[in-house]
Design a binder for this molecule. Structure first.
Ligand code: ZN
Length: 248
């Protein structure tokens, strides 16, 4: 019998919460625990957490090899993430089909930039104004039960141009009170892996206590989980091909 449970690892650099009391007030146990607590209450999902300052950033081979979907939040210490671990994550995504959900300021994380191949830079302003996220792919599994749009009362602004390759699917576009727009929910396929970039999540606002934001993350976990494949299917290699027809 096959285990249908989706095994999720929520990774957080977990530094803002330790250094800044206003962030710790919103996330006493860290952003990762807030997301993990919600996901663990959902059916068919089992969640654990990992953080930067644990040995191997909490991402040992055992953890990575038993993770179906990795969620990534980072901001002030992208450069402290070990390159060899980034390579292992990359391999797990493109060759094994592990899903990746990249949150908010992780647009500048090593793993996201490695997968995108662009600067992933954007326009930003910390003004605590409203954001409205419009669903632009209502048929997409990540938009399930979200309706036409949802709002976040106070947030940091991210605006275009967002320097990413053309997404394979766009699920959300944000409007900001200051007049900017932003591709807030973008899907990418890289090899066997599915990647979802999701914008909301600035650490000084209670964004990961917002039920709509959490629901989108849950939907994304279910979408990004690897598709079951026969064990015999291995990583493709270059093959010298004999013709199927007589070429004489
Ligand atoms: Zn931010």
């Amino acid at each position: 019998m096959t285990d249908k449970t989706i095994h999720v690892t929520v990774w957080n650099e977990f530094l803002h919460e330790k250094k800044d009391s206003s962030v710790a007030e919103i996330y006493p146990e860290g952003i990762h625990e807030a997301i993990a607590k919600y996901l663990n209450e959902r059916s068919g999902i089992e969640t654990r957490t990992a953080t930067l300052e644990e040995p191997e950033h909490g991402l040992t081979d055992d953890v990575l090899n038993s993770t179906d979907v990795l969620i990534w939040w980072g901001h002030m210490a992208h450069d402290r993430v070990r390159d060899d671990i980034v390579e292992k994550i990359h391999h797990r995504i493109t060759c094994d089909g592990m899903g990746l959900i990249v949150l908010h300021s992780a647009h500048h994380s090593k793993i996201f930039k490695r997968l995108m191949g662009t600067s992933c830079s954007l326009r930003w302003r910390e003004d605590g104004q409203r954001e409205r996220l419009w669903v632009v792919s209502p048929w997409h599994p990540i938009a399930e039960d979200i309706g036409d749009y949802f709002e976040i009362e106070q947030t940091e602004m991210y605006g275009e141009f967002f320097d990413i390759p053309k997404p394979d699917e766009i699920v959300f576009i944000s409007w900001f009170k200051g007049g900017e727009v932003f591709r807030s929910g973008c899907c990418f396929y890289r090899g066997r892996g599915k990647i979802f970039y999701f914008r909301p999540g600035h650490e000084t606002y209670p964004i990961y206590h917002n039920r709509m934001v959490l629901r989108v993350i849950e939907n994304a976990v279910r979408w990004a989980a690897p598709v079951e494949r026969p064990r015999t299917l291995t990583i493709p290699r270059a093959i010298h091909a004999r013709p199927l027809e007589d070429l004489k």
